[in-house]
Write a protein that binds this ligand. Structure first.
Ligand code: NAD
Length: 357
């Protein structure tokens, strides 16, 4: 929690594509009802921006995030195979949002296979195969290459972040996930650095696990995990898997964070890097199959807004939103369709507001 934010900070709001506008509207209503003090600065990005202003990441949106250092973002569509580069990936690199933090906890009453999941996945957000270094080897496209970039600097700051997070939140163990048995240099470097960092935190237990074994263990015994730290690609995949353990993508929040420990080398020197920029978003995508139908579950974005409210020091409003979301999810009569209910997006946010107390 950082109490040095203004009483009413300005936050860039990107509603996003697909179900984005529906879940954003629900989230703003709930934050307002919870007493959240935020001035929203609406901006566009993604497919919506490409259609409206001919640019999936307009300069005005970048300037707004630069100015505010805070954003709440709905999902953004990315063309598959060709077209423009993922705006999500570009934003993470542009603002050096190196830590993607995804806390996933069993929500009481939501029917799932496990009732004891409490995992925080800390994903490195700027390197690895997502660095965007790939090309076809010949004009006939008979083969393509993609380069995974892992640096000592990037590995160290994400591992430090994971251990610092564990300490701040009273967590007991950090598990580093890798594939260093096969990718001996890239993943080997990440593992070596992780082991070095772990020695600086003797109060936190540390172990490492190969990613395929991790996938199996997560669906058999998720309670053995506490904080997981991993690289970009594995983090992307495992965070969806972990979301599935507590009810699916509809209820999973995330924060993309820069600054903090070891943030001196922010890519853009004009950014104030001590605290760094923070973009909060749901884990799920644009859900084109249900977009515009008013059926989406806004819980992922709502729980991301809880992380935003905590980040800016508005902990009471954060707690009210969390209480309301958990209560609305616990009651089968107020659940959305993805969780087996019949309630629509608007009805769900009404239930959240009614249950906030
Ligand atoms: P998706 O997450 O959009 O959808 C997967 C499934 O989950 C769909 O059946 C969908 O209806 C359901 N779902 C997702 N969110 C839901 C919600 N809030 N309520 C109810 N059901 C929900 O994944 P996808 O179909 O693979 O991706 C669609 C687009 O989203 C792609 O363009 C992809 O690039 C983009 N995407 C964006 C982000 C982001 O902006 N952070 C993340 C993932 C995918």
């Amino acid at each position: 929690m950082d109490t040095s934010f203004p009483e009413r900070p300005t936050v860039t709001l990107i509603e996003g594509d697909g179900i984005g506008p529906e879940i954003a509207a629900a989230t703003l209503r709930v934050i307002d009802a919870a007493g959240g003090r935020i001035t929203w600065e609406p901006q566009v990005a993604g497919m919506t921006a490409a259609e409206k202003v001919g640019d999936p990441l307009p300069a005005a949106t970048i300037e707004s995030i630069k100015r505010n250092q805070l954003a709440l973002k709905g999902p953004l569509g990315t063309p598959i195979g060709g077209g423009f580069r993922s705006v999500n990936v570009t934003l993470r690199q542009q603002f050096d949002l190196y830590a993607n933090v995804r806390p996933t906890k069993t929500i009481p009453g939501v029917p799932t296979r496990f009732d004891n999941v409490d995992i925080v996945l800390v994903r490195e957000n700027t390197e690895d195969l997502y660095a965007g270094v790939e090309h076809y080897v010949d004009p006939r496209r008979t083969a393509a290459e993609s380069i995974a970039i892992i640096t000592r600097f990037g590995s160290e700051r994400i591992c430090v972040y994971a251990f610092e997070y564990a300490r701040r939140h009273g967590r007991k163990k950090v598990t580093l996930v890798h594939k260093a048995n096969i990718l001996k240099m890239t993943n080997g470097l990440f593992l070596d650095v992780g082991r070095e960092v772990a020695k600086r935190y003797p109060d936190i237990e540390f172990d490492d696990m190969i990613v395929d074994a991790t996938a199996m263990k997560l669906v058999v015994a998720p309670e053995r995990f506490d904080v997981i730290v991993t690289m970009n690609l594995f983090g992307d995949i495992l965070s969806d898997l972990i979301a599935g353990l507590v009810g699916g993508l509809g209820v999973a929040p995330a924060a993309n964070l820069g600054g903090g420990v070891d943030a001196g080398a922010a890519v853009d020197p004009s950014l104030p890097s001590a605290r760094g920029c923070a973009i909060f978003e749901a884990v799920h995508g644009t859900a084109p199959d249900i977009a515009g139908k008013g059926l989406a579950n806004p819980s992922g974005l709502l729980l991301s807004s809880v992380m935003l409210l905590e980040h800016i020091g508005q902990v009471e409003a954060a707690e009210r939103v969390r209480r309301g979301v958990f209560a609305a999810l616990r009651d089968p009569s107020t659940r959305t369709r993805d969780l087996g209910g019949k309630t629509d997006t608007r009805g769900f946010s009404d239930a959240v507001i009614a249950a906030m107390g």
